[in-house]
Design a protein around this ligand. Structure first.
Ligand SMILES: [Zn+2]
Ligand SMILES: [Zn+2]
Length: 336
């Protein structure tokens, strides 16, 4: 009989017994562990603290209420992939032993339970962020100072949906208001700005990050203008009505910054699920790279749809950690 090369996926799961904000405690040693060798499509179910694996032709023998499908393994001619079971998002684990993860625009990352979106990144020499066009006044009155002055240095702008006497505001008047809420941390040659993205109190429209309708391009928050690379991380509040925190990190040289809850963090997060020195953010060779620092609740990158399993992959689905290893085997192998 001619031996046939086959691929299988060895799946190992660890489940943390506490159900707390979909967190997984990477320091806990009290975990429930299961293993399964998948040769075809299979669903990964969590029932209480246990995980079970269902091959595609098996019937679900659990009550809907007590089990949830946390992920699905699929086999296609390209190989194995894993996708969400719809009930929980899948997150790729940025292992502290790895070389880190290169951040891309629109990616969502998680430090503990703090969710952040990469809304902008600008590498050296690249274009500045693009913004929606803003109307500048040809004649009007500022809704803050009631003055009609309109110059290139301090134009009257319409930054939101308000109309009539509330339509225009001076760039400087809006900046003064926003800058009263900005905090700045200098570390090495880099600067980290932190402020809340604000909505208009009248029309609830979120103010843009920057304007460029008259004169030079300007951030609404007072940020030292330079050609340096920067990245903007926007915190995604669980409560949609709260204004969102913005972190703009400007790298004036290639260096590594600390992200965490500790006082000496360059990029600070005041959430108990964030470790004191949780992760590092490096700018080097035109890339922004995040790396975990043995944090308690992990550094994670959201998987939008599904992800191919090549060699090894570790995924977090709520309080379950799924480690996968592609095992190349030869069927009909003689075991000595
Ligand atoms: Zn004004
Ligand atoms: Zn408005």
């Amino acid at each position: 009989m001619k031996p046939e090369r086959t691929s299988k996926v060895l799946i190992s799961t660890k489940t943390w017994s506490r159900d707390s904000y979909n967190l997984f405690d990477y320091e806990s040693i009290v975990l429930s562990e299961q293993q399964h060798l998948a040769e075809q499509d299979c669903s990964i179910l969590r029932i209480g603290n246990e995980v079970d694996f269902l091959e595609h032709n098996q019937e679900i023998c659990y009550q809907q209420s007590e089990s949830r499908i946390i992920a699905k393994i699929e086999l296609s001619p390209r190989g194995f992939s894993i996708k969400s079971g719809k009930e929980e998002d899948l997150w790729r684990v940025v292992n502290s032993a790895s070389s880190g993860h290169e951040l891309h625009k629109n990616e969502i990352i998680k430090l503990g339970r703090v969710k952040l979106q990469v809304t902008h990144l600008k590498t050296k020499g690249a274009e500045k962020i693009s913004i929606d066009s803003i109307i500048c006044a040809e004649g009007g009155v500022c809704r803050i100072c009631f003055n009609e002055d309109n110059t290139n240095e301090n134009p009257l702008i319409a930054p939101c949906h308000c109309t009539g006497t509330m339509k225009f505001i001076h760039l400087a008047c809006l900046q003064t208001w926003i800058n009263s809420k900005i905090s700045k941390t200098t570390s090495g040659e880099s600067v980290s700005y932190n402020w809340k993205n604000m909505d208009c109190e009248i029309c609830q429209q979120q103010f843009p990050l920057a304007i460029n309708c008259i004169g030079p391009y300007a951030f609404l928050a007072k940020i030292e203008d330079s050609e340096s690379p920067y990245i903007i991380l926007e915190s995604m509040e669980r409560d949609k009505n709260r204004s969102r925190g913005l972190h703009l990190i400007q790298f004036n040289s290639e260096e590594t910054l600390k992200m965490g809850r500790g006082h000496d963090s360059d990029i600070k997060f005041n959430d108990i699920s964030v470790s004191r020195f949780h992760a590092s953010l490096t700018y080097s060779s035109g890339k922004f790279v995040i790396k975990d620092n043995k944090s308690k609740f992990g550094t994670l990158v959201q998987i939008p749809d599904s992800i191919d399993i090549s060699e090894t992959l570790t995924i977090q689905a709520g309080r379950t950690l799924i480690s996968m290893n592609v095992v190349d085997g030869i069927s009909n192998m003689v075991i000595e």
